[in-house]
Design a protein around this ligand. Structure first.
Ligand code: PLP
Length: 397
Protein backbone atom coordinates (compact mmCIF):
# COMPACT_ATOMS: atom_id res chain seq x y z
CA UNK A 1 0.00 0.00 0.00
CA UNK A 2 1.16 3.51 -0.81
CA UNK A 3 1.27 6.52 1.50
CA UNK A 4 -2.00 7.70 0.05
CA UNK A 5 -3.75 4.30 0.37
CA UNK A 6 -2.78 4.12 4.01
CA UNK A 7 -3.68 7.74 4.69
CA UNK A 8 -7.12 7.21 3.14
CA UNK A 9 -7.78 3.95 5.03
CA UNK A 10 -6.66 5.57 8.30
CA UNK A 11 -9.17 8.36 7.78
CA UNK A 12 -11.99 5.80 7.37
CA UNK A 13 -11.45 4.07 10.70
CA UNK A 14 -9.42 6.11 13.13
CA UNK A 15 -11.00 8.82 15.28
CA UNK A 16 -10.24 12.16 13.64
CA UNK A 17 -8.16 13.38 16.60
CA UNK A 18 -4.97 13.92 14.58
CA UNK A 19 -4.45 16.14 11.57
CA UNK A 20 -1.97 13.72 10.05
CA UNK A 21 0.42 14.26 7.17
CA UNK A 22 -0.38 12.00 4.17
CA UNK A 23 2.65 9.90 4.99
CA UNK A 24 3.04 6.42 6.42
CA UNK A 25 6.41 5.38 7.80
CA UNK A 26 7.30 1.72 7.53
CA UNK A 27 10.95 1.49 8.54
CA UNK A 28 13.49 3.30 10.69
CA UNK A 29 17.22 3.04 11.38
CA UNK A 30 19.09 5.54 13.54
CA UNK A 31 17.96 8.97 12.37
CA UNK A 32 16.59 7.68 9.04
CA UNK A 33 12.98 6.86 8.22
CA UNK A 34 11.41 5.34 5.12
CA UNK A 35 7.83 5.93 3.98
CA UNK A 36 5.48 3.51 2.25
CA UNK A 37 6.45 4.91 -1.17
CA UNK A 38 10.11 4.16 -0.51
CA UNK A 39 11.27 7.73 0.14
CA UNK A 40 14.00 8.23 2.75
CA UNK A 41 13.91 10.94 5.43
CA UNK A 42 16.18 12.40 8.09
CA UNK A 43 14.30 12.46 11.36
CA UNK A 44 14.66 15.52 13.60
CA UNK A 45 11.50 14.76 15.56
CA UNK A 46 12.35 11.25 16.82
CA UNK A 47 8.72 10.38 17.54
CA UNK A 48 8.48 13.60 19.63
CA UNK A 49 11.61 13.17 21.72
CA UNK A 50 11.01 9.43 22.15
CA UNK A 51 13.67 7.74 20.00
CA UNK A 52 16.61 9.24 21.90
CA UNK A 53 18.95 6.41 20.88
CA UNK A 54 17.66 6.42 17.29
CA UNK A 55 15.17 4.12 15.58
CA UNK A 56 15.66 0.41 16.13
CA UNK A 57 18.96 0.62 17.99
CA UNK A 58 20.40 -2.94 17.70
CA UNK A 59 20.87 -3.29 21.47
CA UNK A 60 17.28 -2.21 22.17
CA UNK A 61 15.93 -4.47 19.41
CA UNK A 62 17.88 -7.42 20.79
CA UNK A 63 16.67 -6.77 24.35
CA UNK A 64 13.04 -6.65 23.18
CA UNK A 65 13.39 -9.77 21.00
CA UNK A 66 15.01 -11.79 23.75
CA UNK A 67 12.58 -10.62 26.41
CA UNK A 68 9.59 -11.25 24.12
CA UNK A 69 10.73 -14.85 23.74
CA UNK A 70 11.34 -15.23 27.49
CA UNK A 71 8.45 -13.49 29.31
CA UNK A 72 6.48 -10.42 28.26
CA UNK A 73 4.01 -9.74 30.99
CA UNK A 74 3.25 -10.79 34.51
CA UNK A 75 1.02 -9.03 36.96
CA UNK A 76 2.46 -6.42 39.27
CA UNK A 77 1.52 -8.88 42.07
CA UNK A 78 4.90 -10.40 41.25
CA UNK A 79 8.49 -9.23 40.98
CA UNK A 80 10.45 -9.29 37.72
CA UNK A 81 14.22 -9.05 37.35
CA UNK A 82 13.78 -6.43 34.61
CA UNK A 83 11.63 -4.15 36.76
CA UNK A 84 14.03 -4.56 39.69
CA UNK A 85 17.00 -3.59 37.50
CA UNK A 86 15.20 -0.67 35.86
CA UNK A 87 14.08 0.76 39.20
CA UNK A 88 17.62 0.50 40.53
CA UNK A 89 19.02 2.27 37.45
CA UNK A 90 16.43 5.07 37.67
CA UNK A 91 17.18 5.66 41.35
CA UNK A 92 20.89 5.74 40.55
CA UNK A 93 20.72 8.26 37.69
CA UNK A 94 18.08 10.52 39.27
CA UNK A 95 19.24 10.76 42.89
CA UNK A 96 15.62 10.15 43.93
CA UNK A 97 14.63 7.21 46.12
CA UNK A 98 11.52 5.48 44.80
CA UNK A 99 10.04 4.50 41.45
CA UNK A 100 6.60 3.69 40.09
CA UNK A 101 6.45 2.57 36.46
CA UNK A 102 3.66 3.64 34.10
CA UNK A 103 2.69 3.32 30.43
CA UNK A 104 2.78 6.95 29.31
CA UNK A 105 3.58 10.51 30.20
CA UNK A 106 0.04 11.37 31.18
CA UNK A 107 -0.08 8.41 33.53
CA UNK A 108 3.20 9.49 35.10
CA UNK A 109 1.77 12.95 35.78
CA UNK A 110 -1.49 11.44 37.07
CA UNK A 111 0.59 9.31 39.44
CA UNK A 112 2.62 12.33 40.53
CA UNK A 113 -0.54 14.30 41.29
CA UNK A 114 -2.05 11.41 43.25
CA UNK A 115 1.12 10.90 45.27
CA UNK A 116 1.39 14.65 45.96
CA UNK A 117 -2.26 14.84 47.06
CA UNK A 118 -1.86 11.83 49.32
CA UNK A 119 1.15 13.51 50.92
CA UNK A 120 -0.71 16.81 51.19
CA UNK A 121 -3.72 15.29 52.90
CA UNK A 122 -1.53 13.37 55.34
CA UNK A 123 0.32 16.56 56.26
CA UNK A 124 -2.70 18.72 57.02
CA UNK A 125 -2.77 20.43 53.63
CA UNK A 126 -5.15 19.83 50.76
CA UNK A 127 -4.84 18.60 47.21
CA UNK A 128 -4.31 21.82 45.31
CA UNK A 129 -1.71 21.69 42.54
CA UNK A 130 -0.19 24.83 41.02
CA UNK A 131 0.93 24.60 37.39
CA UNK A 132 2.24 27.04 34.79
CA UNK A 133 0.68 28.84 31.86
CA UNK A 134 1.60 27.22 28.53
CA UNK A 135 2.57 24.00 30.25
CA UNK A 136 1.80 20.58 28.85
CA UNK A 137 1.33 17.58 31.13
CA UNK A 138 -0.78 15.23 28.97
CA UNK A 139 -4.30 14.64 27.72
CA UNK A 140 -6.11 12.83 30.52
CA UNK A 141 -8.62 14.79 32.58
CA UNK A 142 -6.34 15.67 35.48
CA UNK A 143 -3.42 16.47 33.18
CA UNK A 144 -5.50 18.79 30.98
CA UNK A 145 -6.68 20.46 34.19
CA UNK A 146 -3.01 21.16 34.96
CA UNK A 147 -2.23 22.20 31.38
CA UNK A 148 -3.20 24.77 28.77
CA UNK A 149 -6.81 25.94 28.68
CA UNK A 150 -7.14 25.19 24.97
CA UNK A 151 -7.13 21.45 25.70
CA UNK A 152 -9.87 21.79 28.35
CA UNK A 153 -12.56 23.31 26.12
CA UNK A 154 -15.56 21.02 25.71
CA UNK A 155 -14.45 18.44 28.28
CA UNK A 156 -16.06 19.73 31.42
CA UNK A 157 -16.45 19.09 34.22
CA UNK A 158 -12.69 19.48 34.52
CA UNK A 159 -11.19 18.09 37.76
CA UNK A 160 -10.83 20.79 40.36
CA UNK A 161 -7.96 21.63 42.66
CA UNK A 162 -5.67 23.19 40.05
CA UNK A 163 -4.45 26.76 39.75
CA UNK A 164 -2.31 28.21 36.99
CA UNK A 165 0.23 31.00 37.14
CA UNK A 166 2.67 32.50 34.60
CA UNK A 167 5.85 30.52 33.89
CA UNK A 168 9.17 31.84 35.20
CA UNK A 169 7.30 34.08 37.69
CA UNK A 170 8.25 33.13 41.24
CA UNK A 171 6.12 35.83 42.90
CA UNK A 172 3.03 34.44 41.13
CA UNK A 173 3.64 30.98 42.60
CA UNK A 174 4.21 32.46 46.04
CA UNK A 175 0.91 34.35 45.80
CA UNK A 176 -0.95 31.21 44.66
CA UNK A 177 0.30 28.94 47.47
CA UNK A 178 -2.27 28.63 50.25
CA UNK A 179 -3.11 26.28 53.12
CA UNK A 180 -4.52 23.61 50.84
CA UNK A 181 -1.66 23.56 48.34
CA UNK A 182 0.00 20.15 47.98
CA UNK A 183 2.39 20.74 45.09
CA UNK A 184 3.82 22.90 42.33
CA UNK A 185 4.39 21.21 38.96
CA UNK A 186 6.71 22.63 36.33
CA UNK A 187 8.54 21.54 33.19
CA UNK A 188 12.21 22.60 33.56
CA UNK A 189 11.99 23.27 29.82
CA UNK A 190 8.49 23.77 28.45
CA UNK A 191 8.26 21.52 25.40
CA UNK A 192 4.86 21.90 23.76
CA UNK A 193 4.81 25.48 25.04
CA UNK A 194 7.58 26.32 22.55
CA UNK A 195 10.87 24.99 23.98
CA UNK A 196 11.10 27.60 26.74
CA UNK A 197 13.71 26.90 29.43
CA UNK A 198 13.02 27.85 33.03
CA UNK A 199 15.43 30.37 34.54
CA UNK A 200 17.91 28.94 37.04
CA UNK A 201 16.96 31.49 39.70
CA UNK A 202 13.30 30.60 39.19
CA UNK A 203 13.80 26.88 39.80
CA UNK A 204 16.11 27.59 42.74
CA UNK A 205 13.49 29.99 44.08
CA UNK A 206 10.74 27.39 43.66
CA UNK A 207 12.80 24.86 45.61
CA UNK A 208 13.31 27.33 48.46
CA UNK A 209 9.69 28.49 48.44
CA UNK A 210 8.32 24.92 48.44
CA UNK A 211 10.62 23.98 51.34
CA UNK A 212 9.49 27.00 53.36
CA UNK A 213 5.80 26.33 52.72
CA UNK A 214 5.89 22.54 53.04
CA UNK A 215 4.74 22.16 49.44
CA UNK A 216 6.09 19.47 47.09
CA UNK A 217 8.00 20.39 43.95
CA UNK A 218 7.24 18.24 40.90
CA UNK A 219 9.40 18.37 37.75
CA UNK A 220 7.78 17.06 34.59
CA UNK A 221 10.82 15.76 32.69
CA UNK A 222 8.81 13.65 30.28
CA UNK A 223 10.21 15.54 27.28
CA UNK A 224 13.46 17.00 28.64
CA UNK A 225 14.69 13.92 30.57
CA UNK A 226 16.72 10.84 29.54
CA UNK A 227 19.74 12.61 28.06
CA UNK A 228 17.71 14.94 25.87
CA UNK A 229 19.38 18.13 27.14
CA UNK A 230 22.90 16.68 27.36
CA UNK A 231 22.50 15.59 30.96
CA UNK A 232 20.44 12.71 32.29
CA UNK A 233 17.77 15.20 33.36
CA UNK A 234 17.26 18.91 32.73
CA UNK A 235 17.24 19.40 36.51
CA UNK A 236 20.96 18.57 36.49
CA UNK A 237 21.66 21.78 34.54
CA UNK A 238 19.98 23.80 37.26
CA UNK A 239 21.24 21.89 40.29
CA UNK A 240 17.72 21.70 41.70
CA UNK A 241 16.29 18.42 43.00
CA UNK A 242 12.50 18.01 42.91
CA UNK A 243 10.49 15.92 45.37
CA UNK A 244 8.74 14.13 42.51
CA UNK A 245 9.79 13.72 38.87
CA UNK A 246 7.85 12.33 35.92
CA UNK A 247 9.39 10.51 32.94
CA UNK A 248 8.17 8.77 29.79
CA UNK A 249 8.96 9.54 26.10
CA UNK A 250 12.70 8.75 25.77
CA UNK A 251 12.74 6.22 28.61
CA UNK A 252 11.77 3.12 26.63
CA UNK A 253 13.65 3.64 23.37
CA UNK A 254 10.28 3.51 21.56
CA UNK A 255 8.12 1.25 23.73
CA UNK A 256 5.45 2.81 25.95
CA UNK A 257 6.89 3.13 29.42
CA UNK A 258 6.96 5.98 31.91
CA UNK A 259 7.94 6.52 35.52
CA UNK A 260 7.16 8.61 38.56
CA UNK A 261 10.10 9.03 40.91
CA UNK A 262 10.05 10.58 44.35
CA UNK A 263 12.16 11.05 47.46
CA UNK A 264 11.74 9.04 50.66
CA UNK A 265 9.86 11.88 52.37
CA UNK A 266 7.10 11.67 49.77
CA UNK A 267 7.25 7.88 49.50
CA UNK A 268 6.55 7.56 53.22
CA UNK A 269 3.03 8.92 52.63
CA UNK A 270 2.20 6.06 50.24
CA UNK A 271 0.70 2.82 51.46
CA UNK A 272 -0.33 -0.48 49.96
CA UNK A 273 -3.35 0.00 47.71
CA UNK A 274 -2.85 3.73 47.07
CA UNK A 275 -2.05 3.33 43.38
CA UNK A 276 -1.74 0.60 40.79
CA UNK A 277 -1.31 -0.42 37.16
CA UNK A 278 -1.72 -3.60 35.15
CA UNK A 279 0.85 -3.13 32.41
CA UNK A 280 3.13 -0.57 34.09
CA UNK A 281 6.79 -1.60 33.82
CA UNK A 282 6.18 -5.15 32.61
CA UNK A 283 9.25 -7.26 31.73
CA UNK A 284 9.07 -6.40 28.02
CA UNK A 285 9.10 -2.61 28.35
CA UNK A 286 11.46 -2.71 31.33
CA UNK A 287 13.98 -4.72 29.28
CA UNK A 288 13.74 -2.12 26.52
CA UNK A 289 14.20 0.77 28.99
CA UNK A 290 17.24 -0.89 30.58
CA UNK A 291 18.82 -1.36 27.14
CA UNK A 292 18.05 2.27 26.25
CA UNK A 293 19.67 3.61 29.42
CA UNK A 294 22.69 1.35 28.89
CA UNK A 295 23.11 2.62 25.33
CA UNK A 296 23.08 6.23 26.60
CA UNK A 297 25.81 5.29 29.12
CA UNK A 298 27.92 3.14 26.78
CA UNK A 299 27.81 5.48 23.81
CA UNK A 300 28.19 8.56 26.05
CA UNK A 301 25.16 10.11 24.40
CA UNK A 302 24.80 12.92 26.98
CA UNK A 303 28.27 14.17 26.06
CA UNK A 304 27.57 13.64 22.39
CA UNK A 305 24.26 15.53 22.57
CA UNK A 306 26.05 18.49 24.19
CA UNK A 307 28.77 18.55 21.52
CA UNK A 308 26.28 18.16 18.68
CA UNK A 309 24.12 20.88 20.22
CA UNK A 310 27.00 23.37 20.47
CA UNK A 311 27.93 22.73 16.86
CA UNK A 312 24.30 22.84 15.63
CA UNK A 313 23.57 26.08 17.46
CA UNK A 314 26.58 27.64 15.79
CA UNK A 315 25.31 26.56 12.39
CA UNK A 316 21.77 27.73 13.17
CA UNK A 317 23.12 31.09 14.29
CA UNK A 318 24.81 31.45 10.88
CA UNK A 319 21.42 30.86 9.23
CA UNK A 320 19.78 33.30 11.65
CA UNK A 321 22.30 35.96 10.61
CA UNK A 322 21.58 35.24 6.95
CA UNK A 323 17.78 34.94 6.92
CA UNK A 324 15.39 37.54 8.33
CA UNK A 325 12.74 34.85 8.78
CA UNK A 326 14.76 33.23 11.59
CA UNK A 327 14.91 35.11 14.87
CA UNK A 328 16.71 33.04 17.48
CA UNK A 329 17.46 29.57 18.79
CA UNK A 330 16.78 28.43 22.34
CA UNK A 331 16.73 25.29 24.44
CA UNK A 332 19.32 22.94 25.88
CA UNK A 333 21.19 20.01 24.36
CA UNK A 334 19.16 18.44 21.58
CA UNK A 335 15.90 20.02 22.66
CA UNK A 336 16.05 23.13 20.50
CA UNK A 337 13.47 25.61 19.26
CA UNK A 338 14.16 27.95 16.35
CA UNK A 339 11.95 31.00 16.65
CA UNK A 340 10.64 32.16 13.29
CA UNK A 341 8.99 35.44 12.30
CA UNK A 342 5.96 33.64 10.87
CA UNK A 343 4.19 30.31 11.37
CA UNK A 344 6.61 27.35 11.34
CA UNK A 345 4.12 24.83 9.88
CA UNK A 346 4.59 25.77 6.18
CA UNK A 347 8.34 25.32 6.64
CA UNK A 348 7.77 21.92 8.24
CA UNK A 349 5.74 20.95 5.15
CA UNK A 350 8.50 22.14 2.79
CA UNK A 351 11.12 20.30 4.84
CA UNK A 352 9.04 17.11 4.60
CA UNK A 353 9.00 17.44 0.79
CA UNK A 354 12.77 17.67 1.00
CA UNK A 355 12.97 14.53 3.15
CA UNK A 356 13.37 16.14 6.56
CA UNK A 357 11.01 15.39 9.46
CA UNK A 358 10.77 18.32 11.87
CA UNK A 359 7.95 19.83 13.89
CA UNK A 360 6.22 23.12 14.54
CA UNK A 361 5.05 23.98 18.03
CA UNK A 362 3.56 27.05 19.71
CA UNK A 363 2.92 28.60 16.26
CA UNK A 364 6.25 30.01 15.21
CA UNK A 365 8.70 27.59 16.81
CA UNK A 366 10.51 25.03 14.67
CA UNK A 367 11.20 22.26 17.17
CA UNK A 368 14.25 20.04 16.78
CA UNK A 369 14.41 16.99 19.05
CA UNK A 370 16.48 14.48 17.05
CA UNK A 371 18.05 11.28 18.34
CA UNK A 372 20.99 12.02 20.64
CA UNK A 373 23.29 10.09 18.26
CA UNK A 374 22.29 11.91 15.06
CA UNK A 375 25.32 12.56 12.85
CA UNK A 376 26.63 15.95 11.75
CA UNK A 377 26.31 14.77 8.14
CA UNK A 378 22.60 14.26 8.69
CA UNK A 379 22.24 17.63 10.38
CA UNK A 380 24.22 19.26 7.56
CA UNK A 381 21.68 17.96 5.06
CA UNK A 382 18.91 19.54 7.15
CA UNK A 383 20.82 22.84 7.41
CA UNK A 384 21.37 22.95 3.63
CA UNK A 385 17.71 22.24 2.93
CA UNK A 386 16.55 24.84 5.45
CA UNK A 387 18.93 27.38 3.90
CA UNK A 388 17.53 26.60 0.43
CA UNK A 389 13.92 26.81 1.59
CA UNK A 390 14.51 30.15 3.31
CA UNK A 391 16.14 31.44 0.13
CA UNK A 392 13.03 30.61 -1.93
CA UNK A 393 10.98 33.75 -2.47
CA UNK A 394 7.69 32.48 -1.10
CA UNK A 395 6.64 29.66 1.17
CA UNK A 396 2.90 29.10 1.15
CA UNK A 397 0.85 27.32 3.74
C1 PLP B 1 4.46 14.41 26.00
C2 PLP B 1 4.37 15.01 27.35
C3 PLP B 1 3.43 14.56 28.29
C4 PLP B 1 2.38 13.52 27.95
O1 PLP B 1 2.90 12.30 27.61
P1 PLP B 1 1.95 11.20 26.89
O2 PLP B 1 2.83 10.00 26.81
O3 PLP B 1 1.56 11.75 25.56
O4 PLP B 1 0.77 10.98 27.77
C5 PLP B 1 3.45 15.12 29.55
N1 PLP B 1 4.34 16.08 29.88
C6 PLP B 1 5.26 16.53 29.01
C7 PLP B 1 6.24 17.57 29.43
C8 PLP B 1 5.30 16.03 27.71
O5 PLP B 1 6.18 16.50 26.82
Amino acid sequence: MTNLDLYTKDKENYLPTFNRFPLAFIKGKGSRLWDADGKEYIDLLAGIAVNNVGHCHPKVVKAIQEQAAQLMHISNFFVSPQQVALSELLVKISGLDRVFLTNSGSESVEGAIKIARRYGHKHGKGGKVISMHNSFHGRTLATIAAGQEKYQKGFGPIPTGFAQVPFNDLAAVEAAIDDVTAAVIVEPIQGEGGVVPAEKAYLEGLRKLCDEKGVLLIFDEIQCGIGRTGKWFAKDHFGVQPDIMTLAKGLGGGVPVGAVLCNEKVASAIEFGDHGTTFGGNPLVAASAIATIEVIFEEQLCKRATETSDWLRGKLNELIAKHDELESVRGLGLMLGVKMKSEAKPYVMRLLEEGIVANATAGNILRLVPALNISRDELNIFLEKLDEILTETTVSA
